[in-house]
Each structure stands twice: as C-alpha cells, then as structure tokens.
Design a protein around this ligand. Structure first.
Ligand SMILES: [Zn+2]
Length: 324
C-alpha cells in the first residue's frame, strides 16, 4: 500500500470518516483466552477461497494454515475503506478484470466505488513457539498511518489471543517501509515493540528512503539505536524452509516471504494489493513506485506460486489465504 503522501492530511481524514466504525471491534478477555486454547473452526468463517482451511478463530481475526513444521497465522490488524475510488487506483483494469475480482474478493467492493481492505500481518510459528512476524500493520492511534488508515490497529491483542508473547518474536520481517506495514514495529515513543527480535529489511529499501521520510525517523532511527536493525541483500534464508524473496516494484526493496515446510505459503506483502491484480497480474496499482518492475515481480511470483500450488497470504485482500 502506498497512501498518497502528498494529499493533505485533513483531506485524507475526511475521506476516512467512518473508517473507525467499520473497523473490527474488540472482544472480551474470556473470548481471547478461549481462543488461545482452542482453535476450533468458527461456525461461519465467511467465504474462504482455500477449502483446506486448518482453522479460523477469534471472530475471523486469526486464521491458521500449516506448512509442515510451521504454523502460519494470519493476524488481522485492521479493516476499513481506502481513501480513493477503486477505479482511480487501478485505471488500466477493464470490466472483465473487475468482474473477476468481484468474484475473488467480493468484500473488497464497498458502497459506490469504494475499496474495502484488510490490513494483515502474519506470524510463522515454529515448534517450540518462537515466531517470525511478517509486517506489523497500521499501528496505534498516532502512528504515521493515522492520516489515512483505520487506526488503531489491534495487533497486540490479536497476538495475545494467538498465544504469542512479544518476547516470543525472534524476527520481524518488514516487507517494505510503508506506514501500514511498520505501524506496530515500534511504539510512538520509539521503543521497539518486540525487544528480542531482529528487524529484517532489504538494504535497498532502507537506501531508497530520504532522511525526512517518516519511516526513517519513526521506525529506522529507533531500531538503529536499539541495535535491532538487520539489513539483508536479496534472497535470504531466514529459517530452514523460510526465505525472504526480493519482490521489487511496489517499493525499491520490497520483499515477500516464502514458507516451504511442505505446502508452500507465499506471504506476498504488497506485490499485489487488490484482487483485480490477481484477476490480471498485468494491472498496475497507481501508487507502485516502479509499475513495470512491479508487474514483472507480480507475474513471476504468481506464475511460480501457481506452478507449486502455493497459497498466497496477502496483506490487503479480505481473505487471508487464497490460491494462486
Ligand atoms: Zn500495504
């Protein structure tokens, strides 16, 4: 996601009036505790494009798939409308693309021309309970995403409901440095939220930032001070069967994460942001930094995922897992 940083904040806030009302609501401590201990499938988890669902819990905010020894948990941080008309964001999409996208992700089509989307993170839990977290959502009230995204997000509560302590997190992979992906990486006072984690970012992503970018000041400076910033170059093995895969275009150093413990799960980040780009991977998103590179990345990722029958784990579709 790349919200328009040049739109005056008050305009974006106006466009998002009502986003809080559409955000997912909190839940009781009893419900949280019940969920942590018991991941029964919810009676009605809603439409799911992956019939091999392992578990859906916590009112759909936590969805679990297994890849061999790993559990991959989709964690819903927030949900709301995007501040812009969907056809303005994907001007090259034709009627056929939109019709197919509507079948793939009907919940993305809000009233009028609105685009409804989830803001999701993923946790890769290995035997013993240590976790690699991929992306950290929109963050709390007052985070940099506040100007346009439905803050506050709920990631800390959702992690607790999933039985994940902050100190269980051994790595935080940021797919890229947009504010709806690094929101909970640090608190607004600059304290890393996951004190025992290394924060894994592509060096090219860091290098492309200007000194006054909010990512530089809000997230990178505190991580550097704490000695937790871990820059990588290109394709990098994170764990056995878990690999950071460069996926540039949306941003210069954007990366995805491939979990291959048997069934492949590709955590895409923003290599695709809307089902219309699943319907037709050639459709650009207006705010991609380099649309040509982004298209090549998306086509390659989706072709490979399809050939391997991988599940896609996306940040912004309204289903956490879909088949390529
Ligand atoms: Zn995004």
């Amino acid at each position: 996601m790349n919200p328009n940083p040049h739109t005056p904040a008050h305009t974006r806030r106006h466009a998002l009036l009502g986003a809080a009302a559409l955000g997912v609501v909190g839940w009781s401590a009893a419900a949280r505790n019940a969920v942590a201990a018991d991941r029964r499938p919810a009676p009605d988890p809603g439409p799911d494009l992956d019939p091999d669902a392992d578990a859906v819990a916590d009112r759909g905010r936590i969805t679990v798939r297994r890849s061999g020894r790993y559990e991959v948990l989709a964690l819903l941080d927030a949900h709301g409308p995007f501040p812009g008309r969907r056809q303005d964001e994907f001007p090259a999409a034709d009627e056929r693309d939109w019709a197919r996208a509507r079948r793939l992700d009907p919940a993305a089509f809000g009233p009028g021309d609105t685009w409804e989307l989830d803001f999701r993170c993923y946790a890769i839990r290995r035997p013993g309970g240590r976790v690699t977290l991929v992306d950290t959502g929109v963050g709390p009230a007052g985070s940099p995403a506040s100007d346009w995204a439905p803050v506050p997000g709920h990631l800390p509560e959702v992690l607790r409901a999933a039985g994940i302590a902050r100190t269980d997190v051994e790595a935080v992979v940021l797919t890229h440095l947009h504010e709806d992906h690094y929101g909970w990486a640090v608190t607004p006072d600059g304290t890393p939220l996951f004190p025992d984690a290394r924060y894994v970012i592509q060096r090219a992503e860091v290098a492309a930032l200007s000194d006054d970018d909010s990512a530089t000041t809000y997230v990178l400076a505190p991580l550097r001070r704490a000695g937790l910033l871990h820059q990588i170059d290109g394709r990098t093995r994170l764990l056995r069967g878990v690999t950071a895969v460069p996926a540039p275009g949306h941003t210069p150093g954007h990366q995805s994460v491939l979990v291959d413990g048997g069934r492949e799960i590709l955590i895409t980040g923003d290599a695709l942001v809307h089902a219309v780009q699943l319907a037709d991977p050639a459709v650009p998103y207006r705010r991609e930094k380099d649309q040509t590179t982004a298209r090549t990345t998306r086509e390659n990722l989706l072709a490979r995922a399809s050939a391997h029958r991988a599940l896609l784990a996306t940040a912004h579709l309204n289903h956490p897992f879909v088949r390529a």
